[in-house]
Design a protein around this ligand. Structure first.
Ligand code: UT7
Length: 322
């Protein structure tokens, strides 16, 4: 766990982009042995959005990034760095962030991608925060963007019903108010569990495919996440019950409900949007942050904990004083 010293870092603006096409649980009933009842009761998902064939990860990322810049009131030319967190980049190389940098015309910005499963955007945030607090950068655009269509096996009912497409973004900047700042952050991985969620080549398939050992992931998260967060809060000098708002990765409402019970924290202090988008992996935390901010759910002075978990297995948390 790291206390974030140095220059204070704030969230200067947020944005999102959700593709138009909607796929409901009922649509899956037409070609899979599944039901709306199973999907909604086991996951909380009612529908998800699917990017069009013409839209790629960079297109979604560009729109979310532009929205965040507008919200922050800064121009692309003022950015020092763009980080795109994704599991579904346009290409292995170059990074999607470089393409987005060109699309935005962010001429002074560097660019790289982060691949850390659903923990990707939190990982990107923490590295950006470290860079701003140490004075390397002033304004960083962090984007989480996913375009799952090509990596899903549409015959695998245990995965394809879970994931959705979309992008979210935030601008992180040096704060002029010492009290508005990220306070601490932590990343953790258990690489021995790297095979629980993978996007990899398979015999007989043209492109890499997403596979997940869902119930093992469920057990891993329920076992490790509450303890990880209790420890994180403890080392950050707070207790979970004192957290004013939680910005959570959206994987399963049963995971979220169980987490609040195990932490002894109020489940009213969060915003869930799984029902609308499904699991958008690296985009999920950023979309949720944007909707939380736009709904006015975070007040001045609030202590906010961000957390995400995913392929790797990876875990992460951030504490923010709003
Ligand atoms: O975001 C990154 C991290 N990812 C996650 O956190 C996901 C964590 N895992 C989960 O959310 C849950 O494990 C799932 C939603 C993926 C699955 O729920 P589950 O309660 O763990 O179900 P299960 O995998 O244990 O499967 C229970 C049954 C099985 O049938 P049998 O063997 O009991 O006859 C599955 O074949 O449900 C069956 N099943 C389905 N039935 C209808 C699996 N998928 C479906 C489906 N429709 N779509």
């Amino acid at each position: 766990m790291t206390m974030i010293n140095g220059y204070p870092v704030k969230i200067a603006g947020t944005g999102k982009y959700i593709p138009e096409k909607i796929m409901t649980n009922f649509d899956f009933e037409k070609f899979l042995d599944t039901s709306n009842e199973w999907i909604e009761s086991r996951t909380g998902i009612k529908k998800r959005h699917i990017a069009s064939k013409e839209e790629r990860c960079s297109d979604l990322a560009f729109k979310a990034g532009a929205a965040a810049l507008e919200d922050a009131g800064i121009s692309a030319g003022e950015l020092d760095l763009i980080v795109v967190a994704t599991d579904t980049p346009d290409t292995y190389c170059p990074c999607t962030a470089a393409k987005v940098q060109g699309m935005l015309g962010a001429e002074k910005a560097g660019a790289y991608d982060v691949i850390a499963g659903c923990t990707g955007s939190l990982t990107a945030m923490l590295t950006a925060i470290g860079g701003i607090s140490s004075g390397v950068w002033n304004n960083v655009l962090v984007i989480g963007s996913e375009d799952f269509a090509e990596v899903l096996d549409w015959n695998d009912r245990s995965t394809c019903i879970l994931f959705g497409d979309g992008a979210g973004a935030c601008v992180l900047s040096r704060s002029d108010d010492e009290n508005v700042r990220f306070i601490s952050g932590e990343l953790l991985a258990d690489g021995k569990k790297y095979d629980l969620i993978t996007i990899d080549k398979e015999d007989g398939r043209d492109s890499p495919v997403l596979r997940m050992k869902g119930s093992e992931v469920f057990r891993f998260v329920n076992t490790h996440l509450p303890a990880f967060l209790k420890d994180f809060c403890d080392k950050s000098g707070i207790i979970p019950a004192d957290v004013d708002f939680w910005v959570l990765h959206q994987a399963n409402t049963r995971i979220i409900d169980g987490l609040f019970k195990r932490l002894g924290a109020s489940s009213e202090r969060t915003l869930t949007n799984l029902e609308n988008y499904g699991n958008t992996s690296a985009a999920s935390l950023m979309i949720t942050l944007d909707e939380t901010m736009k709904a006015g759910r975070i007040k001045s002075g609030d202590k906010v904990v961000f957390t995400a978990f995913g392929a790797g297995m990876t875990l992460g948390a951030l504490l923010y004083a709003a």
